[in-house]
Design a protein around this ligand. Structure first.
Ligand code: 5GP
Ligand code: ZN
Length: 114
């Protein structure tokens, strides 16, 4: 999608530092961090929301979680703990309509989430 922010970031059109990347996903720091660690894991391929994920995307979603696990380990939060979040559509607060997995850590998290 030519005017999608995360397509531009994943494709290198908007330069950001990737903290992790492989053939399928990239990960970079959130511009407005909500925790000491706040990284976004983003598939290179455009998928708008979690509602648009298809059965054939199951491996990709698994790879996103493996990337999140790696990001958390590299940031030193694997043992103390961290949270992963997909916001889907308006009531969940999704603002960027290219699938992304939030990886949050480095502080105690509240439950239930706001
Ligand atoms: P959502 O609200 O859609 O679940 O999450 C979108 C996230 O993308 C937000 O946490 C927001 O701060 C982040 N974000 C929006 N624009 C940019 C950007 O240009 N660069 C980076 N690194 N993060 C962004
Ligand atoms: Zn996109």
């Amino acid at each position: 999608m030519s005017d999608c922010l995360f397509c531009k970031i994943a494709g290198g059109e908007i330069p950001v530092e990737f903290v992790y990347e492989d053939d399928d996903v990239v990960a970079f720091r959130d511009i407005n961090p909500q925790a000491p660690l706040h990284t976004l894991v983003v598939p290179r391929r455009h998928i708008a929301t979690l509602n648009d994920v298809q059965p054939e995307d199951a491996e990709l979603i698994g790879r996103m979680y493996l990337a999140a696990q790696r990001v958390a380990a590299d940031a030193g939060v694997a043992e103390p703990g961290y949270r992963t979040v997909f916001n889907c559509n308006a009531q969940a607060g999704q603002t960027v309509f290219h699938l992304h997995l939030h990886v949050l850590g480095g502080r105690a998290m509240q439950w239930p989430p706001g």
